[in-house]
Each structure stands twice: as structure tokens, then as C-alpha cells.
Design a binder for this molecule. Sequence first.
Ligand code: ASP
Length: 331
Amino acid sequence: MQRRNFLKNSSVAAAGLISTPLMASCKNNTELNSKAVDTTEPIIPVTICTWNFKNATAKAWEVLESGGSSLNAVQQGAMIEEADVNNQTVGIGGRPDREGNVTLDACIMDKDGNCGAVLCMQNIASPVSVARKVMEDTPHVMLAGKGAEKFAYEKGFEKTNLLTEQSRKEWVEWKKTSEYKPIINIENHDTIGILAIDKNGDIAGACTTSGMGYKYAGRVGDSPIIGAGLFVDNEIGAATATGVGEEVVRTVGSFLIVELMRQGKSPQEACEEGVKRIMAKNKDRTDFQIGFIAVNKKGETGAYCIQPGFTYRSYSNDGHMNNPVDSFLKA
Ligand code: ASP
């Protein structure tokens, strides 16, 4: 979606004497163009995330711009949403399961294919940070439940009450009917999946969520599952998902999208194919949402979803924006 032409080795450009749009418009000027335009120049650094989590991409961009790694960028971006008590789908303030417990899922993956995840973890405010510790300080990829929580305490994370008054009140209200009916795009599908490419061209991703509101105790969706909610291949690109995790797990959605990019599809084409595969298995269902976002090694981005309403944030040298996403089903 974002594609810019860059001037390379141009003394005029290097001296900062012409602006980027002007540089782009100069591409047919033979004097400049003969040796200067390189249309395959990567678009980096860049960060994108599911939904309109602008504080997350702003934080990630700050890290990338100052020369930080994509791994630090995605972790710090995700942490912003985990710490936001008003976000009822991630971290503190997340909606509880049907028994009133907030259980969090997260994962992180780096440029070397290292990854870590925590599943169904309670009382810890930043699951993405614990996931990174699992990746870096243990021989494992996933820790779940009490084991994950114990590991977090060992690593110095503090015990935190994750159930805010707002989420508790809504849960008490919900219990009156105990009817589980996800409302598309609003009630509980707002996981943050965040991807970044740093100035070295290295890719990383993270995904963090409180999962579906009022889920069965112990339920885990796609978000902490490497390959489903998130996948990074530093040679190719990365993808992440939001929405009904069960369907993403069934198609190993993020891995599928990266593999489609490996076969030559653009991030946009790969996300579209990922959604189509899910819809092919759910021909009669129109009541659920899934959104995929992806970035390739060049920094080109794409996204696609089932229902209208999904957007994704991007931050690159092109600016900081909320991007509309085309959908399989139309309004
Ligand atoms: N994908 C998440 C899950 O299934 C939910 C979401 O995106 O809101 O747990």
C-alpha cells in the first residue's frame, strides 16, 4: 500500500534540498533518474498494528527512529496498550472470563525465529514482557497458567489486580444472562498485534490480548500461538491477526500469510487469501470477524478482514495513519 520511490546517491537529496514528494516526482527526470532512482529500495523503518492503537505505533516508531531494534519496538508498543486501563481487551482492564478472572495471552518473535509466549496468565500486567523473558531466559517457547505467573514473579514482575471496576461491573451485568454473543468489532475483538522493521531491516512482532470476554475459564485463542496469531520470518515478512482466534488457529493464519508472501504474493494479496481460506471453511457463517495485517521485507504492508470496520495503524517515513481495510463481506 505504501510504495515510494527513493533517490539514491543524489547529492541534492543528500543535502536535503528537495522534499520527498518532490524527489518522487523527479523520477522521470532523466538527469536525476539515470543513476539515482532505485524503486526496490526498502521502505524502512516501519511499524504497523491491528486497529487504531495510535499510542502503540507512536511508541514503536520512537524506538525505531532512535535506532532501536524491531524487537524492542514491538514490545514497547504492545506494553502501551497493556498498561491502558481503558482498553478492555488487552492487559490491565481486560474483560474477565466467565468466572470473573482476567487471563492474559501474549507472544513475541524476533528476527532469528526465536519466540516466547504466555497463555492464560493471571495477575501480571505485561504478558508481552513475560513472553520475551520466556524467549530469552528459558529453553521453552510457551508457559501457561500458574507456571507462567510463577516464572513472572521469579523475573521480578509484580502481582497486579487486572480486574478494573468497569470490567467487573460489566461482568456482573453479563452474568445476569450469561449469554455469550460476541459483537463484531466492538465487544471483544481488539487484540493488538504489532509488527516492525528496524533501520537494519530486521523484522519482529508481538501480539497481546485478554482474549474473548467471558470466555470459558482456561480458553486460549490464537494470539499467543506462534504461527496462528503471529509469525515472523526475517527473510520474507511477518503477519498477525485479530478476531475469533479459533478460526485463525484452524488455518494457522499468520504462518499461512507469511508462506503466501514467500510464494510471491504481496502482503495485501496474502492477507486476502488468508481470509478467503477461512471463509471457504465457514461458508454459511457471517457473524464473526477476523483481521490480518502483514508486512514484507521491503516494508510494503497489507491488511484484509471479514467484516467492514477493521482498520490498522501504520507509522513510517510516510507518516502516522489509520488505514481503512477492505473486507470480504460488504456492509
Ligand atoms: N484473537 C483474540 C482471541 O481469540 C481475540 C481478539 O482479537 O480480540 O483471543
